[in-house]
Design a protein around this ligand. Structure first.
Ligand code: PEP
Length: 251
């Protein structure tokens, strides 16, 4: 199996630069397997200082948490994918449910952002996931399919090499409630089947699909142990170095 095991942290709007450097250094210096890719999704302000302070040998990669859908222009306060690529940030997180909700990012806009990010040479951690009412109605798989269809199904197999999918049920994000390993596996398997149908075997087998939603040191092993779960996108627990290192080592 060629797909990567990934432990990705999403720091959201947390930590000052000095706190972030301390956190990243603690994560970087901990013992862990070489097999797992560690990605830290950090605030824009932290990217340059972290690049300076974290040794390349620590194999920690950085992700931005968002980018604009255009390369440049009169968009006060925005950061473009070109700017991130010029800083050699390898990843950007797109489609997080918090941005879908608070910044009104819909599938159409996310599709533009995805195109711009890929065209700039960034890899994308693309988030999808249903709200509680959709889960209760039993429509969760078709809902996630509609999110992926709108944003990634039109990509080429070549472009899919630069996509990591993060399934994050909204009802489990920051709530302390986690999808059961069986619920995670059901959705991940369904997503992999969608990839198989859309892109063929190679893409389906090689695309990492992460689970996100209250992953903690105490539940990571069981969730990551599911056959179609290739790691996690971790919010709250990624802000505690000891806990996040345990999650990194849970594969
Ligand atoms: C997230 O923000 O992507 C997330 C999964 O958060 P948490 O782990 O805190 O639920």
């Amino acid at each position: 199996m060629a797909r990567k095991q990934i432990a990705a942290g999403n720091w959201k709007m947390n930590t000052t630069i000095s706190e972030g450097v301390e956190l990243a250094q603690a994560i970087a210096s901990a013992q862990r397997s070489d097999q797992t890719l560690t990605i830290l999704g950090v605030p824009f302000t932290h990217i340059y200082p972290l690049q300076k302070k974290i040794k390349a040998s620590s194999k920690i990669l950085l992700a931005a948490q968002n980018c604009h859908h255009l390369k440049s222009g009169a968009y006060t306060g925005e950061i473009s994918p070109t700017m991130l690529a010029a800083m050699k940030v390898p990843y950007v997180i797109l489609g997080h449910s918090e941005r879908r909700e608070y910044n009104h990012e819909d599938n159409a806009l996310l599709s533009l952002k995805l195109r711009a990010a890929l065209d700039s040479g960034l890899k994308v951690i693309f988030c999808c996931g249903e709200a509680l009412d959709i889960r209760k109605s039993g429509e969760h798989i078709s809902y996630v399919k509609s999110q992926l269809a709108a944003s990634i199904f039109h990509l080429s197999a070549q472009e899919m090499k630069n996509i990591v999918i993060a399934y994050e049920p909204i009802w489990a994000i920051g709530t302390g409630e986690t999808a059961s390993p069986a619920q995670a596996q059901e959705m991940h398997e369904a997503i992999r089947k969608m990839l198989l149908k859309q892109f063929g075997k190679r893409v389906a087998e090689n695309t990492s699909i992460l689970y996100g939603g209250s992953v903690k040191a105490s539940n990571a092993k069981e969730i990551f142990g599911q056959p179609d779960v290739d790691g996690g996108l971790v919010g709250g627990a990624s802000l505690n170095a000891a806990e996040f290192v345990q999650i990194i080592n849970a594969f």
